[in-house]
Ligand binder design. Structure first.
Ligand SMILES: [Zn+2]
Length: 424
């Protein structure tokens, strides 16, 4: 059975390359969210020719949504001949800006030496194209399949997914009974199954001071010096403590197999924007720090926040005139789909068939749209699986290998087959 499926994929290699090139040629740069509508319409036309019912949903009112930059999503559904489960392939259509350092046009879709180059080739238009070819090959071999197949192209993943998967998930597009199994073809390498991601807590800490003339700092109180005390407490206590927190999550790269925290930014003192080139002459009355704390499935978000608050509270007790405010900016809980759930099981079987080896199970250091499927859709049979090398994402001369796309399309087609037959 799989032989016929694999042959059907092999017969579509040229089509797969052409489809990837076409998708790259829509410059769906986010922010601001360019060209979503024509890109979604292109996907809709393609799938409607394959018998899919297609609808377009605008993430109205989502961050960044406007008539100039509508958050256009496409969801296509093809019903089978008999009842059964629904398998959904979800890809984001947005890409990050091209940036400097390219040797090819980032939006031309150059094909050379077995690779397709372009912004989004790897993250993740190559994966989207592979999933469409997988579904089309499957339909050609199994016209009488049970259940249903869905393919979506969604907006805004690169900026949090609020106008894309989050918006759709709140409306039931990623919930039972409509959908049972979700595969997100993000670039994690063709023989890896990504079960989830670490948790995220972004917060802003502000220390307060009082303004005074810079020549007489003793008359004021420097918020920047107070923040310095926060930073040294982080260096002395928090960072060493985070280093010791190891996880059983198979995060790649390995450096992310522990808790981490980044200091994203620090802004202190009076604004210097109004007087370009002229420094502030005052004692700083405010200093703001943004932290990005990534945490593990073994950690509780309350405890993660508590570690930071405990340091701030201790400084408040011990350090004269120290005062602070802390504000949550974002929180995402860690996710890890069980290895023996139907989707990872089906993909593992397909990887064995295509590559003759066991899959590698991984966890992503950062988050992606799976969080919305879990949180708003309450659907936990979801993983990321797709072609492409994650390290190439967001870089100049981004590319995806044609052979990688073909092989992962075979894995997706065979996985789809197993899931629809209830064999996973
Ligand atoms: Zn991506």
């Amino acid at each position: 059975m799989n032989e016929r499926l694999f042959r059907a994929v092999d017969e579509r290699v040229e089509d797969l390359v052409a489809l990837t090139v076409d998708l790259i040629r829509f410059p769906t740069i986010n922010p601001p969210g360019e060209a979503y509508t024509p890109c979604a319409e292109y996907i809709g036309r393609r799938l409607s020719a394959q018998g899919f019912e297609v609808c377009f949903i605008r993430g109205e009112g989502a961050p960044g949504d406007s008539d100039r930059y509508p958050r256009t999503n496409v969801v296509a559904r093809r019903e089978g001949r008999s009842p059964g489960p629904t398998v959904h392939f979800n890809s984001h259509i947005d890409v990050v800006e091209a940036g400097e350092g390219w040797t090819v046009d980032p939006f031309a879709g150059t094909v050379r030496e077995g690779k397709v180059f372009g912004r989004g080739a790897c993250d993740m238009k190559g994966g989207l194209a592979a999933s469409i070819i997988a579904a089309e090959a499957f339909l050609a071999v199994n016209p009488d399949f049970p259940g249903a197949i869905e393919i979506s192209g969604t907006a805004d993943e690169e900026s949090g997914g609020y106008g894309g998967v989050a918006y759709l998930a709140k409306q039931g597009f990623f919930s039972k009974p409509r959908v049972d199994h979700v595969i997100i073809p993000e670039p994690l390498n063709k023989d890896r199954i990504c079960l989830g991601h670490r948790g995220v807590w972004w917060a802003e800490i502000e220390t307060a001071g009082s303004i005074a003339h810079g020549s007489m700092p003793f008359l004021g109180d420097s918020a920047i010096r107070h923040m310095g005390a926060v930073l040294s407490a982080f260096e002395e206590e928090l960072f060493p403590a985070l280093e010791t927190k190891q996880t059983r999550m198979p995060v790649v790269p390995e450096g992310a197999r522990r808790s981490t925290m980044n200091i994203n930014s620090i802004h202190g003192g009076q604004t210097e924007d109004f007087f370009p080139g002229l420094p502030s002459p005052n004692v700083a009355d405010s200093c703001r720090l943004v932290i990005d704390r990534r945490f593990l499935i073994e950690e509780d978000i309350g405890q993660v926040k508590g570690e930071v608050v405990a340091i701030l509270e201790r400084l408040k007790r011990e350090r004269p005139r120290f005062d602070y405010a802390i504000r949550d900016l974002m929180e995402v809980l860690p996710l890890m789909t069980e290895r023996d759930a139907p989707v990872p099981n089906a993909l593992a079987g397909a990887i064995r068939d295509v590559f003759g080896k066991e899959p590698e199970y991984v966890i992503s250091p950062g988050t992606y749209d799976q969080k919305h499927v879990a949180r708003f859709g309450h659907l936990h049979d979801c993983v990321a699986y797709g072609p492409g090398i994650l390290d190439l994402a967001h870089r100049p001369d981004e590319w995806v290998g044609i052979e990688d796309m073909v092989e992962s399309a075979k894995v997706m087609a065979a996985g789809l087959d197993a899931l629809l037959r209830g064999a996973a």
